[in-house]
Design a protein around this ligand. Structure first.
Ligand SMILES: [Zn+2]
Ligand SMILES: [Zn+2]
Length: 129
């Protein structure tokens, strides 16, 4: 699991509606300390943040990657036009109707740009430079 990856509840989920309800999406965030670095920390879009099991000895998965295509993909030279993050992690959405307008996946998901516009989905690393 990589920080920035979007996840949904997985096959071993047993935490009720902690994620905000079935189908809710969250983002993997960095652990707050080495102590808590076991498992995976997720901040759900609904607001809650918690630690989950991902693999380990028993192969227990509380989480599932929401969109495989974005795993580990980075666009270091492209900034999202809707949030202050430097560089886009994961899927990049380029608007075909606005000049030089890119969105990160979460801003796209949240409809921060006019989703009536057409977009190209870029799921491979951007070439630096
Ligand atoms: Zn964004
Ligand atoms: Zn647009």
């Amino acid at each position: 699991m990589f920080v920035g990856v979007r996840v949904v509840r997985g096959p071993d989920w047993k935490w009720g509606d902690q994620d905000g309800g079935r189908g809710s999406v969250g983002t993997v965030v960095p652990a707050e300390s080495a102590e808590s670095a076991k498992g995976v920390w997720v901040r759900w879009d609904a607001g809650r943040k918690a630690n989950y099991r991902a693999g380990g000895e028993k192969g227990t998965y509380d989480l599932r990657i929401y969109d495989n295509a974005q795993q580990g993909v980075k666009h270091p030279n492209v900034n999202c036009d809707c949030c202050p993050e430097e560089g886009i992690l994961g899927l990049r959405w380029k608007c075909l109707e606005c000049h030089d307008f890119d969105l990160c996946h979460s801003c796209y998901n949240e409809g921060k740009h006019d989703l009536g516009h057409r977009f190209t989905r870029i799921e491979t690393n951007s070439v630096p430079g």
